[in-house]
Design a protein. Structure first.
Length: 343
């Protein structure tokens, strides 16, 4: 009974994986896709499955035998889950949001497989009344990044797809990287990929996190500075104790200037005090009015360059009281800025 159940499950998944003609997939490509879904099967067994499903006449399967390697697909007019007629408002809205905000988080093969569904979801929503709840939602909800909006950098799409393949297949990569220095020096690396982190919703402003084989220290590589990327057949073998979420939580993507945490004390404007009451700097933040009725804040924070950029950008809305070294550093920066404007 278990063997029959396994065969039925494999056939069901195989039918789901078939593209719609004129797109087609070979038995070898379908075998790889089945393997990603947890179905290990020989090429000969899969070829026999496809022939049986096609010859049964119960399924509208197209066999393209123009080449020596057959291509397999659903007939062009077959109604499938990605067709608008099989959509409903909830699914259409979900797929639209996935396409608009999460598309770059999907591996290339997954994204390609879902493209017809994304298209059908958009068609479904386009055909709805302008007063329908699903249509209204698409017009009334947006996501914006904080701070000054900048245009995304230029990133080679083929390079990113190769990187996705390395992450999915757990392979090492070789890359040529342009440093951030003024000279733009090029350096070559062989890396174990550890993760991919995006800093905005475009999927273009992102960083590869990797380490040299045999080492555990993670290093960040901006995607837009990778000049060349080559996939190798070597296994990645990442450090057993590396955890991407833990790396991020510990400030790995902040520019740490020291391992010391700062006991920050600030004097704030009324407007900034309201903002930081709603969005605290740290779990131990303490906000109060002093004897003069002015707002004071205390918080323990990492010693990062981002902290300095943030404080400098607040202008006269903030005054650093402690630590004294940080206060002196910001004063020097403000004096240099004033001198630049006086030139």
């Amino acid at each position: 009974m278990a063997r029959i159940h396994d065969t039925l499950a494999r056939h069901h998944k195989l039918l789901q994986l078939l593209p719609t003609y004129p797109r087609r997939a070979t038995a070898q490509e379908l075998r790889a896709s089945l393997g990603e879904e947890g179905f290990e099967v020989t090429l000969r067994t899969l070829q026999r499955d496809l022939h049986q499903l096609w010859a049964s006449g119960e399924f509208a399967i197209h066999r393209d035998d123009r080449d020596s390697v057959y291509g397999w697909a659903w007939e062009r007019d077959v109604r499938r889950v990605e067709d608008p007629a099989a959509m409903d408002s909830h699914r259409a809205l979900l797929f639209k949001i996935m396409r608009d905000y999460s598309r770059h988080l999907l591996p290339p093969h997954t994204r390609e497989r879902f493209e017809p569904i994304f298209h059908s979801a958009q068609q479904f929503l386009d055909q709805r009344s302008e007063l329908s709840p699903s249509w209204l939602w698409t017009q009334r909800v947006r996501v914006l990044p904080p701070g000054q909006r900048l245009l995304p950098p230029s990133v080679d799409a083929a390079l990113v797809e190769t990187l996705y393949e390395a992450l999915m297949g757990d392979h090492r990569v070789r890359l040529r990287y342009r440093t951030r220095s003024r000279s733009g020096e090029l350096r070559d690396y062989e890396l174990t990929p550890l993760g991919l982190v995006f800093r905005d919703e475009t999927g273009l402003y992102g960083y590869l996190l990797g380490c040299k084989p045999g080492e555990s220290r993670a290093k960040q590589f901006a995607l837009h500075r990778i000049e060349q990327l080559e996939l190798t057949d070597l296994p990645a073998a990442p450090p057993a104790d590396f955890d991407l979420d833990e790396y991020i939580a510990q400030g790995g993507f902040d520019v740490l200037l020291s391992e010391q945490r700062l006991a920050l004390e600030l004097r704030l404007s009324e407007q900034l005090a309201v903002h930081l009451e709603e969005r605290p700097l740290s779990a131990d933040q303490h906000l109060r009015r002093d004897e003069e009725g002015r707002w004071r804040l205390r918080a323990t924070v990492p010693d990062t360059r981002q902290l300095r950029w943030w404080l400098a950008g607040l202008g006269d809305g903030v005054q650093v009281l402690q630590p004294q070294g940080l206060r002196d550093e910001l004063v020097r920066g403000l004096q240099a800025a004033l001198a630049a404007y006086q030139d």
